[in-house]
Design a protein around this ligand. Structure first.
Ligand SMILES: Nc1ncnc2c1ncn2[C@@H]1O[C@H](COP(=O)(O)OP(=O)(O)O)[C@@H](O)[C@H]1O
Ligand SMILES: [Mg+2]
Length: 223
């Protein structure tokens, strides 16, 4: 689905990521870990064509990101749901409208029943009319996940989705991600929470990628 071949990236200073080659196979579940500043968010941005590699090649759905037009990028993005590190909502719009924003932007009429089902699935059925500032951190993260999946993406990229959540809420979010994976979605979660990764490994066959010295390595049992 998404492939990196000898990818490097730098923002203009020294090289941040070097010589990265890996493949996210359909239906796989990956964690991406590494200390703050290691380049996790940068890696995700490369994976959804927000950034272009400074060397090597990133292929998304069999297309080299370098050859993508603006319209192509928009189409690719419909197949990739992203949960951003700093979740942003339009504060004057109710939760349901915020979650369905991707549908509106792409000119699709969503089925209101699907919307109800989706909000219930993330446990926000009662909060459809709430405004974002009224939501707790855990509610915001679950709303962000609902918004990321509303277009029915094949791939979900989540950047520190449990960053500010307590343990119980983190587990709840993890359960949703595992459920999505069981439905066949390809999942990549960037997190520095090793407890979350250890817990997830009991629920799903996840591979753990670790950024170390600018490179990505497969973490083993030493986690
Ligand atoms: N737009 C940018 N311009 C310049 N440097 C950046 C930019 N975004 C991130 N960086 C730097 O790149 C490094 C990696 O950042 P990031 O990918 O956000 O790491 P992580 O998500 O692992 O914490 C950091 O040192 C960060 O300051
Ligand atoms: Mg980050």
């Amino acid at each position: 689905m998404i492939a990196f071949d000898n990818v490097a990236y730098n923002y203009g200073g020294g090289e941040l990521l070097s010589d990265i080659s890996l493949r996210l196979a359909p239906g796989s579940f990956h964690f991406l870990t590494g200390p703050s500043g290691a380049g996790k968010s940068t890696f995700l941005k490369l994976a959804y064509a927000e950034l272009l590699p400074t060397a090597g090649r990133v292929t998304i759905f069999d297309r080299d990101v370098r050859g993508l037009t603006r319209d192509d990028v928009a189409l690719v993005r419909r197949r990739i749901g992203v949960v951003h590190q700093d979740v942003q909502f339009l504060d004057h719009l109710p939760l349901a409208a915020n979650v369905s924003l991707p549908l509106m932007v792409s000119g699709k009429a969503g089925d209101p029943r699907d919307m109800t089902d989706l909000l219930q699935w993330v446990g926000l059925g009662q909060l459809a009319d709430a405004l974002p500032p009224q939501l707790s951190g855990g509610e915001r993260q679950r709303a962000a996940l609902a918004r990321a999946v509303i277009m029915g993406p094949d791939v979900i990229l989540a950047d520190e989705p449990t960053g500010n959540l307590d343990w119980e809420m983190s587990l709840r979010l993890l359960t949703l991600l595992v459920e999505l994976n069981k439905m066949g979605k390809t999942i990549l979660v960037a997190t520095h929470d090793l407890n979350l990764i250890r817990t997830a490994k009991n629920q799903v066959a996840a591979r753990v990628l670790r950024i170390r010295n600018r490179r990505i390595q497969l973490a083993g049992a030493d986690l």
